[in-house]
Design a protein around this ligand. Sequence first.
Ligand code: SF4
Length: 361
Amino acid sequence: MEQVTAMKQSTIDQKPSIYSLQLQELKEWLKENNEKAFRAEQIFDWLYTKRVTSFEDMTNLSKQLRDRLESAFTLTTLKTIIQQQSSDGTIKFLFELHDGYSIETVLMRHDYGNSVCVTTQVGCRIGCTFCASTLGGLKRNLEAGEIVAQVVKVQQALDKTDERVSSVVIMGIGEPFDNFDHMLSFLKIINHDKGLNIGARHITVSTSGIIPKIYKFADENMQINFALSLHAPNTELRSRLMPINRAYKLPDLMDAIRYYINKTGRRVSFEYGLFGGVNDQVEHAEELARLIKGLKCHVNLIPVNYVPERDYVRTPREQIINFEKTLKNHGINVTVRREQGHDIDAACGQLRAKERKEETR
Ligand code: SF4
């Protein structure tokens, strides 16, 4: 294992990804290199509208500028290792990064369009007890460009059928607020009208509850959708499911959520995974209703897939319906998330965990 790690580190390419740059940053780089600033928009057009795969293809730029770009930046930062398609159209991608680590990205099909779920870290250190992504710990943060490149890669796959990525959810592997600056940079690039031009209201970020970053995010006042992985209606149960709750306790977390709602005027989504016999009883639904009473919010109930490395089992269908009904009786907006990709390792981190097991055999 030590040898593998050493080899991975020695192959790290030091050049930054061009997808990490905001339009303004690219303009500044061009000026420093005695090039006209308007070239930045041409380059963005090649990157995000024409979606070329080499600097050489940027044919309205001089050869000298293409060579400069080539020596300063990387363009192809992700290599597709696996592309698995489910019977419902969901596609899971396993990408290899320049240093040999692998990450997952998922394309989901909805009536309202194509949604991409991106990864923000290699692994995760949050330690949620139901999550396969945390098993190997955190290896490193992704650069903004590595997150942007996931959306570009999926869009390139969709280009073949003339389809478009219409929404993005930051709910893949990793805790986005643990990689806050790169996540913010990513959001700005995909939202920019000269970038991927994905509307703010079609972007959702989800956190496990890093309180200081919730305040910081609220102060950014971006009009994107915000979700909290709640999963439990009280401190004791939440600490059991999500160790982060020991550092950032539920009452303080709810204060941060109230701050976010007041500051942005936006609704919060509470993600609530249903774990058989753990947090899925009617009493839990009653307690949850009391916890979020009066908040501008919505609850997403997620019947959790069985995770082979963990002990959790699925909640029976009837129990899901009872839970939903209880919340509705309290006037709470609630939906049960439709499962996607059930036949292709759909839970967060499963594909990567499986790969890792095979790698280490
Ligand atoms: S659920 Fe999300 S935050 Fe929790 S361990 Fe998994 S990847 Fe990290």
